[in-house]
Write a protein that binds this ligand. Structure first.
Ligand SMILES: C[S@@+](CC[C@H](N)C(=O)[O-])C[C@H]1O[C@@H](n2cnc3c(N)ncnc32)[C@H](O)[C@@H]1O
Length: 277
């Protein structure tokens, strides 16, 4: 284990705790609940929760896809506050030997994950900023649990929208991708304003004025750029709700209401340091 989590700021909302509240979790404070209630009030009733639930369901399906490919090591960036069906729980239900390194910047997320993992040998969490890729890739927990000479699944699910435009997101991702050998997997979901209503744009405006970490929306084209040089698996980049859905759910929501682009790709055989050789 690394340092204990930093102090918890209950005076301003946090993205981790807002998301936790949004999908029905209990690790949040009044300041988070007020913020998310105001944001959700801008949208049709239920859409805010739908976005979070569909994103989480995409994460579950992506993890199962990795295990079906024989990939049993996971680096989960911006893993969030644990809720039902965390990466190690899904992975261990299929392969008890699977290894998971969680990372998050937020103290409640780190503390609750640590508590959950106290008797789990092959999963751990690092408190770190995803912008500091090397501190994550070279952390003792990563070195103990992940063997980068074998395929690793890099999960960046609903986290890259916290990378501001002044940071070069493709270059940041490349610092992680450079460690992935052929057969590795990259799974990404990312919020977008593509095809969204005025109500959604208002919700986004309220989020960015809430005092929480600002959220940057990216287009389908920008998300596709993150997968350049990788082999996207079918169905390519879709809404979270339509990426290999388990079954036809008959949801009342149109697919674009999940408001996040999602894709999963394999690192091809001819990759060298994260780029095509
Ligand atoms: C929307 S939650 C997603 C949680 C989980 N990946 C999922 O999809 O269910 C985003 C998470 O990213 C974390 N986060 C935001 N900015 C971050 C940063 N710069 N470094 C690490 N984590 C960050 C937040 O604390 C939060 O827990």
């Amino acid at each position: 284990m690394t340092e204990p989590p930093g102090p918890i700021d209950t005076t301003r909302p946090s993205a981790a705790r807002m998301y936790d509240y949004g999908i029905g979790g209990s690790h949040n404070f009044e300041v988070d609940r007020q913020a998310i209630d105001a944001i959700h009030a801008a949208m049709p009733p239920g859409q805010g929760r739908h976005i979070g639930v569909e994103n989480r369901a995409f994460l579950h399906r992506a993890v199962r896809f990795c295990l079906q490919q024989g990939v049993d090591q996971f680096l989960d960036l911006g893993s969030g506050i644990p809720t039902v069906g965390n990466v190690h729980e899904i992975a261990h239900s299929i392969n008890p030997a699977a290894r998971v390194v969680y990372t998050d910047i937020e103290s409640v997320a780190v503390a609750t994950t640590r508590r959950m993992l106290h008797d789990v040998a092959n999963a751990d969490i690092i408190q770190a900023d995803i912008h500091d890729a090397e501190s994550i890739l070279e952390a003792p927990e990563t070195e103990r649990l992940l063997d980068f000479s074998r395929p690793v699944a890099l999960l960046a699910v609903a986290v890259f929208h916290y990378v501001a435009r002044e940071h070069d997101l493709p270059a940041l991702l490349q610092r992680y991708r450079a460690h992935l050998v052929p057969g590795s997997v990259v799974a990404i979901s990312h919020t977008t304003t593509d095809h969204q209503s005025q109500a959604y744009l208002e919700a986004h405006r309220r989020w960015n004025e809430s005092g929480s970490e600002a959220m940057v929306m990216r287009t389908h084209t920008e998300v596709a750029e993150l997968f350049e040089g990788l082999d996207l698996v079918e169905p390519g980049i879709t809404w979270t709700s339509t990426w290999r859905p388990d079954q036809a759910t008959g949801s009342e929501w149109p697919s674009e209401a999940s408001a996040c682009w999602a894709g999963v790709a394999m690192v091809p055989p001819d990759i060298v340091d994260g780029s095509r050789g």
